[in-house]
Ligand binder design. Structure first.
Ligand SMILES: [Cu+2]
Length: 495
């Protein structure tokens, strides 16, 4: 990608209305949705992704300290092609160690960008990624143990699109025209309009949630679309917030892909839940030429299982069951003629594998308090890196390999949680969900996943086909980033 493209993007995203009245929470919605610049990444040299410090006026007049890749906040859209290696130079120009984790990709452990692969300021990491993955919407983010929540919050994240040149794309796929990335994040702004991340005990317990919703780094933006079918690639890149998306006019839309790629057929719905780190591609029909807003209804399950209790959902945006929906962004219809397909295909070139019968079952219990409660409380008083959460009674330890998994064998993982609900993510493979909340799931409606929302007994079928050695193992963890940093993570080898 060329330098001037970044400059153009930066200029565009910095451009603010010339006159804007300032007030507390001066977030004026309706700025145009920024479309991340595309970086096509192939096997050649010259694709650099520089993590850097920056500032951004999310709210005009108030500069916030941020991090980004090649820009002040978030990063370019990386486009990989199936069957072609992707060589990328990740340069660390921040003040702290970082990693670049390719969330959802099927690459060996030493290329995965997990916590063991952290590299220091001034250093460059140059992985060459084999792209062995069906067409999908993935993402990348830093994954340094104890720092992930802070680094992702400040901006070290971006979207990846994997294209499959051999698969007919029967869906809208004209990037920035009828195919849009939507990176949804909530952030907290103080009275002066500055983005803040002050982690209190309750924030760590519940996961940190902000008082504004941003899409592609802009507060409640507006997107002008053509009067036809539009594909939206939704990524929940929030630290902890779960969304339940719908449109204000109740219109139905069609989910066509989940974390790992296309579904076998479009699934029609009027509401879509997305836990942290989950992706969903949806197709929306705007041919009625009616502007509409995308909102998120309150989800009570962000806190304690069963809702209520001392960890019920208060907070400034009102997460209670009776709260008004959160505004996410708005759509209006432009004059440009619609391009691309005018109707959805009845079936899609999905690639759900037959994983067969599991060779073994493993049990995972996600613990809000691992070890002794008293020890946890004391640890928490000592500092932010304290480990109070865990899995199967143990907090994450970089020096301990939790599991050694045989390569190429299918396993059944049964996951449950002792208190709250958690989005559970596994590196190194996609999986099929068999059960959620104790109930059987239709795999055709869920597709291939790498994150599953654990609310009651959850069962997944998984098979690892990529190696991971002791020096660079794969991770499994809660994707509420504050929980992950607090130790709700484990690591495993595949051999
Ligand atoms: Cu969690």
């Amino acid at each position: 990608m060329k330098r001037r493209q970044f400059l153009a993007l930066t200029a565009a995203t910095f451009a603010a209305p010339a006159v804007m009245t300032r007030r507390a929470f001066a977030a004026e919605p309706g700025a145009p949705l920024p479309i991340p610049q595309v970086m096509e990444v192939g096997p050649g040299a010259g694709n650099t992704l520089t993590a850097m410090k920056g500032t951004r006026e999310f709210i005009p007049g108030s500069a916030s300290d941020t991090l980004g890749y090649e820009q002040d906040f978030l990063g370019p859209l990386l486009r990989f092609q199936r069957g072609r290696a992707a060589r990328i130079d990740v340069i660390n120009r921040t003040d702290d160690p970082i990693t670049a984790h390719w969330h959802g990709m099927h690459v060996p452990g030493h290329l995965d960008g997990g916590p063991q692969l952290a590299f220091d300021p001034g250093e460059t990491w140059s992985p060459e990624l084999p792209v062995d993955h069906p067409a999908a919407t993935l993402w990348y983010h830093s994954h340094v143990h104890g720092r992930t929540a802070d680094q992702v919050y400040r901006g070290l994240a971006g979207m990846i699109i994997i294209d499959d040149p051999d698969a007919d794309d029967l869906l809208p796929h004209d990037y920035g025209v009828n195919d849009f990335p939507l990176i949804v994040q909530d952030r907290n702004f103080d009275r002066s309009g500055r983005m803040t991340y002050d982690l209190g005990m309750m924030d760590m317990m519940q996961g940190f949630r902000g008082n504004e919703v941003l899409v592609n780094g802009v507060i409640r933006p507006k997107l002008t679309v053509s009067a036809g079918l539009v594909r939206l690639r939704l990524l929940n890149a929030s630290n902890a917030r779960m969304y339940d998306f719908s449109f204000t006019d109740g219109r139905r839309f069609h989910q066509v892909a989940s974390d790992g790629g296309l579904l076998p057929a479009p699934v029609t719905m009027d509401g879509l839940r997305l836990a942290p780190a989950e992706r969903a591609e949806i197709v929306v029909d705007f041919s009625d030429r009616t502007g509409v807003r995308l909102v998120s209804r309150a989800v009570s399950s962000g806190g304690m299982m069963g809702g209520g209790g001392m960890m019920g959902n208060g907070g400034m945006m009102g997460d209670g069951d009776n709260a008004a929906p959160l505004d996410v962004m708005s759509f209006d219809i432009g004059d440009t003629a619609a391009t691309g397909p005018t109707r959805l295909p009845a079936s899609l070139p999905s690639e759900l594998p037959d994983l067969g019968a599991p060779a073994r079952t493993r049990e995972f219990m996600l613990n809000v308090h691992a070890g002794s409660m008293m020890g946890s409380m004391v640890n928490n008083l000592i500092g932010r890196d304290s480990q109070i959460m865990g899995i199967n009674g143990q907090s994450f330890d970089m020096g301990r390999i939790d599991l050694s998994i045989p390569m190429g064998e299918t396993e059944l993982w049964r996951i449950n949680a002792d208190m709250m609900v958690h989005p559970f993510h596994v590196h190194g493979a996609s999986f099929q969900v068999l059960k959620m909340g104790g109930r059987a799931i239709d795999p055709a409606r869920i597709g291939l996943k790498d994150v599953v929302h654990v609310e009651g007994i959850t069962e997944i079928l998984i098979r690892f086909d990529k190696r991971a050695e002791t020096e660079a193992p794969f991770m499994y963890h809660c994707h509420i980033l504050e929980h992950e940093d607090a130790g709700m993570m484990g690591q495993f080898t595949v051999a």
